[in-house]
Design a protein. Structure first.
Length: 110
């Protein structure tokens, strides 16, 4: 089993395109450099100012440790953090355990 975190964001009206650019060009590569498995991310089909980020971890304990280290790191704090946070109106987090094949089924191939 893998621990999967799904983050859903409602963004300030009209900021979806800029938010996606930050995610694609800065935030997701930063996550990956820190060893975080970003399974998928992008706009919701119903509204370009709604966004999702799906990340997978080895366990719930691993998720907490990895994310604590990531969010405390200067790369995040001095990088895209402020611009991302200022774009988000609301954030919803869901965490679940899924078999590896289900995680792979969620993965967006680029």
């Amino acid at each position: 089993m893998r621990t999967v975190e799904i983050l859903q964001y409602t963004l300030h009206k009209g900021t979806g395109t800029a938010f996606h650019a930050i995610m694609q060009e800065i935030s997701v590569p930063l996550h990956q450099r820190h060893g975080i498995d970003v399974v998928s991310f992008g706009y919701s089909l119903h509204d370009s100012d709604c966004y999702y980020l799906i990340r997978a971890f080895d366990s719930a304990e691993s998720m907490v440790a990895v994310l604590d280290a990531f969010y405390a790191n200067a790369d995040w704090r001095n990088g895209p953090r402020e611009e991302i946070i200022l774009s988000i109106v609301t954030s919803i987090k869901t965490v679940m355990n899924l078999p590896p094949e289900s995680v792979e089924g969620l993965r967006v191939q680029s």
